[in-house]
Design a protein around this ligand. Structure first.
Ligand code: AMP
Ligand code: MG
Length: 373
């Protein structure tokens, strides 16, 4: 994400040049199938050695500068070569196959604006401007803390009653995909001193994300300790399913997002709350996933009273309309339904059960995930 505009130091292309391998000609000579003398040669990286005079042509390679006098290119495919001469098969109009100086970008023109994400195309423009570096937003450092007495780190011996901490690595991957830099704080036990020490460390990052320990369980201590650490609670409990226990607080300008522990809930609430916040912190203007209308292929029973985030598969009808069907069991314990999903249907609170053929609004999780039905 760039912090400042980048203006071109020169025209691009830097000179009028040939768009084809062929012959630089004077179009006035070429109103029909003319015969011209070849008097010069300009390879790529070469320079014209002299002008193209009347009745003359210069052999030229793609990208090489147009010689003085010439105003058009006759591509090799359109001529018959005969020793030192060429025979045109037809007329060559003025400007044919010539790329004009500055036709892409002009000297002084802003080629890339502040707020642009630097991708392959932007890198290409920067290189064409001979720029080696540009000021950018740094990646936001996001501390990630898993909490819970039942958790063990993946790869460690696992005993009865224990589960692998999958949220830590899953959220780290999600942070990385969003352009942030995860800081793994590991696992905090459900006890005050352990939690407090790790939460305090996490507050030194640009953002702190925790999972679990924010519902109403007797060991759900995260919120209370955050408040002791001067985190001002902005909201707790959101009317969404899954994801209800999500909490958001601020210490100064540092956002703290406490996500539910359930792996599906933590990833879905990351999508809804953490990713947009993270993108905004890094200067992005577009922070939300695109929403698309999709037609339900099957009825959809909803849980009343909350916005439902339904994992759906998408396909495309012959007329181009998007079709949505459930990606599988919507229980929050079923991670594989999330893996099968192309998008998240957002069912508003006031919406009742939906029938096949009704339209829903779907958040697309990726750009090109739609398969043919
Ligand atoms: P909690 O929010 O503490 O009530 O946890 C809800 C559910 O998510 C429980 O089944 C936890 O075992 C599970 N869970 C919590 N944290 C994690 C984690 N980091 N990785 C995998 N599962 C977790
Ligand atoms: Mg717990």
């Amino acid at each position: 994400m760039m912090l400042a505009d980048v203006a071109m130091p020169w025209d691009l292309p830097r000179w009028d040049n040939s768009a084809m391998d062929g012959f630089a000609v004077r179009s006035a000579d070429c109103t029909g199938p003319a015969r011209l003398r070849v008097t010069g040669y300009i390879p790529a990286g070469g320079l014209p050695t002299g002008p193209v005079g009347p009745g003359e042509a210069t052999r030229i390679m793609t990208g090489a500068p147009l010689p003085p006098g010439a105003d058009a290119i006759a591509p090799v495919e359109d001529v018959e070569e005969a020793g030192d001469a060429i025979q045109l098969r037809g007329a060559v109009r003025p400007g044919a196959h010539v790329r004009r100086r500055g036709e892409d970008l002009r000297a002084g023109e802003v080629a890339l604006c502040a707020g642009t994400v630097v991708g392959p195309g932007e890198v290409s423009v920067l290189a064409s401007a001979s720029r080696l570096s540009v000021p950018v937003f740094r990646r936001a450092r996001v501390a990630i803390l898993s909490t819970g007495d039942e958790l063990v780190a993946p790869g460690q011996p696992i005993g009865p009653g224990q589960v692998c901490d999958s949220n830590g690595v899953a959220l780290a991957a999600a942070v990385r995909l969003a352009g942030g830099e995860p800081i793994d704080l590991g696992i905090a036990r459900d006890d005050r001193p352990a939690l407090r020490a790790l939460l305090e460390r996490g507050l030194a990052a640009d953002m702190l994300v925790t999972t679990a320990g924010v519902s109403a369980g007797d060991r759900d201590l995260v919120r209370a300790i955050l408040e002791e650490l001067s985190v001002r609670l902005v909201f707790w409990k959101v009317d969404i399913k899954p994801g209800r226990p999500t909490a958001f607080g601020l210490r100064g300008r540092t956002p703290v997002l406490s996500l539910p522990g359930n792996p599906v809930s933590s990833l879905l609430t990351f999508e809804q709350f953490v990713r947009p916040a993270l993108l905004r912190m890094m200067g992005h203007r577009r922070v939300f996933r695109p929403l698309q209308r999709a037609v339900l292929l099957e009825p959809l029973a909803r849980s009343p009273g909350r916005v439902n985030l339904v994992r759906v598969r998408l396909s495309r009808r012959a007329d181009g309309a998007l079709l949505a069907s459930t990606a599988g069991n919507q229980e929050t314990g079923i991670l594989k339904t999330l893996l099968r999903a192309d998008g998240i249907a957002i069912i508003p609170v006031e919406q009742g059960n939906l029938g096949a053929g009704e339209a829903v609004s779907v958040q697309l999780l990726g750009p090109d995930l739609v398969e043919e039905p």
